[in-house]
Every structure is written in C-alpha cells, then in structure tokens.
Ligand binder design. Structure first.
Ligand SMILES: NC(=O)c1ccc[n+]([C@@H]2O[C@H](COP(=O)([O-])OP(=O)(O)OC[C@H]3O[C@@H](n4cnc5c(N)ncnc54)[C@H](OP(=O)(O)O)[C@@H]3O)[C@@H](O)[C@H]2O)c1
Length: 284
C-alpha cells in the first residue's frame, strides 16, 4: 500500500490517479471529504484526517510500505512533516518519497527553502529509505493568473526580467510514480526541470501563440504586489516567503535545466506550450 499526503493538490492528484490506474493500491490522507470524491472515483482509498493529528496520520499509515510526503508551504509545514516521518517510522514504512525543492540547500535562507532543507535532513536521519523529488517552479502556478489572462489578456507578477526552468506538476508526479514502481531510487535526490529556462515575457509569448490572442506580462512593483497578495494568503509568514522567492527570481536567481527527467523517464519533459494547450479551458 502506498500512502500519499497532499493528494488533492497540484502534484498529488496526478500521482494518486496514475498509480491507481496502473493497479497499485493507493491511499490518500485527505482533510475534506468533498475533495476526496474524484480520487475515490479513480480507485484511490481515502483516509479521512488531518496531517497535524498523530492519531489520524497513524491510522492512515497502517499497512503502508511506501509513503509520499507532500504538504503546502506554511509556517507549520516542517512540524507536519516531522510528525509524519515519526509516525512512518513507528508504522514500519520502508520508503518515503518527499516532494521537495532544488533550493533545499543549507545556504538558501528563504523560509520555504529552509523548511525543505530541514525536512530532508530529518528524513535522512530517520532510518527510513528515502528519495527526494525536487521539481523547479511549477507551470501550474499560472493557474493563479488564469482569471486575468482570460478576462484581460494580461498577467501581473513582480518578476522583472527573472527566469525559471518551469516544470509541469504532471512530470513531478510521473517521477514520483517511477520512483515508487521501479527499483534503485533509495538515497537519491532528483532535481527536475522543464525543457527550457523561460522569462515571464517568454511565457506571455507562449500564451499568446497557443491561445491565439495577445497576452501581456505586466511587471509589478514588489511592495505593491506584496500588499495585494496579502489579501489572499492566509499568513504573513507565507506572504513574506513567497515574495522573497519572487525577489530571488527578479534578482536573477534561476536553476539551469537538468537532464534528470529524461534519464529517469526516457522522454522529454512537458513544454510550456503543451501545458497551455492542455489547460486551455482554464485560460480562454
Ligand atoms: N509551486 C512551486 O512552484 C513549487 C515548486 C517546487 C516544489 N514545490 C513544493 O510543492 C509542495 C506543494 O505541492 P503541490 O503544489 O502539489 O500541493 P498543493 O496543490 O499546494 O496541495 C497541497 C495539499 O496538501 C493538503 N493539505 C494541506 N494541509 C494539510 C493537512 N494539515 N493535512 C492533510 N492534508 C493537508 C491540501 O489539502 P486540502 O485540500 O485539504 O487543503 C492539498 O491537497 C510544497 O511543499 C512546495 O514547496 C512547489
């Protein structure tokens, strides 16, 4: 049995459905029953519960041999992940796969990067066999800009001329599925990127081409954007952390593309063009 947390999210949904479709026994830890119905329909069994409850997590881990750890960015993410690892050890789980980030490095001081770095260290010391899957900036982040792309042909971000090797979450899910279903991935960290490093102007060009209408990237003043984002994010911790990642990108930090995806999967990663084609209904 494979247990997946975050299975209603951008990566976990694809992973849970792919594994269930290939005949694997998959269980998802899900907080809200209404979000679980699509997973149930795909053959995923549901463990209702919250990752902050040791009792819920212990119940979800019964009979589990491999576990996939996916939690969203939050101040308590590290605590949730440590709780999960402790319960996985107690339950006799053999292998844990963590959705992490290529910036999970000791010297990267952003709180999101530090959370991933410290969680990885905790897992590595737990005694569990582990694999870290570390995708770069998600293409699916642009679903948060779909409303203005649809209504105005514009998207608003404070990235300046920054760039990122954008990665489709379906590829991150495919790598995790590969790690779980083929041998030899224990003790490995996989930094996954899409096929190209793209600026946000490049992205606008691809949206324009695929959607057949002009789409413009409108660069935002960093402080004004942070105030705007503060209306939507649940905590100032999250707003500070996300805006600091945007600053890193704006100031020129980017990860070069890697060949890791091709080496593992034997195919090219999904391009941004393909991402827009596949999610066209959300953007037009
Ligand atoms: N965005 C990027 O560009 C990027 C790039 C690389 C790595 N990452 C990493 O990817 C991770 C997030 O993955 P994602 O974007 O696929 O996930 P996501 O779409 O944010 O979904 C997160 C899931 O976690 C569930 N969840 C939240 N709190 C929970 C709790 N207390 N107990 C049980 N379930 C809980 C949510 O369920 P509910 O429906 O109940 O809320 C949701 O299904 C983060 O750690 C992030 O750092 C992101």
């Amino acid at each position: 049995m494979i247990l997946i947390t975050g299975a209603t999210g951008k990566t976990g949904t694809h992973l849970a459905k792919q594994l269930a479709a290939s005949g694997r026994k998959v269980r998802a830890l899900v907080r809200t029953a209404d979000k679980a119905s699509a997973l149930s329909a795909a053959g995923v069994s549901i463990a209702a519960g919250n990752g902050d409850s040791p009792t819920d997590v212990a119940a979800a881990l019964k009979g589990v041999s491999s576990a996939v750890l996916i939690y969203p960015n939050a101040e308590h993410q590290l605590a949730l992940e440590k709780l999960f690892v402790d319960q996985a050890v107690a339950a006799g789980v053999k292998h844990i796969v963590k959705l992490s980030s290529p910036e999970a490095l000791e010297h990267m001081k952003n709180p999101v990067h530090q959370t991933h770095y410290r969680s990885e260290q905790y897992i590595k010391k737990s005694g569990l066999a582990w694999t870290m899957v570390r995708p770069n900036f998600f293409m699916q982040n642009f679903l948060g800009n779909a409303a203005t792309i649809k209504s105005e042909g514009k998207f608003y971000l404070p990235m300046g001329d920054g760039r990122a090797a954008m990665t489709d979450t379906r590829d991150a899910a495919a790598v995790i599925a590969q790690v779980l279903t083929t041998p030899g991935h224990e003790g490995k960290s996989y930094d996954i990127t899409g096929p190209a490093v793209l600026s946000f102007a490049d992205v606008a060009g691809i949206f324009s081409k695929v959607l057949g209408k002009p789409v413009t990237y409108v660069n935002q003043d960093a402080a004004a954007y942070k105030e705007f984002l503060g209306k939507y994010l649940k905590s100032s911790w999250h707003n500070d952390a996300v805006c600091d990642i945007f600053r890193e990108i704006r100031e020129g930090y980017f990860m070069p593309t890697t060949n890791t995806f091709q080496e593992l999967m034997g195919r090219e990663p999904i391009s941004f063009e393909q991402f827009v084609r596949d999610y066209q209904a959300a953007f037009s």
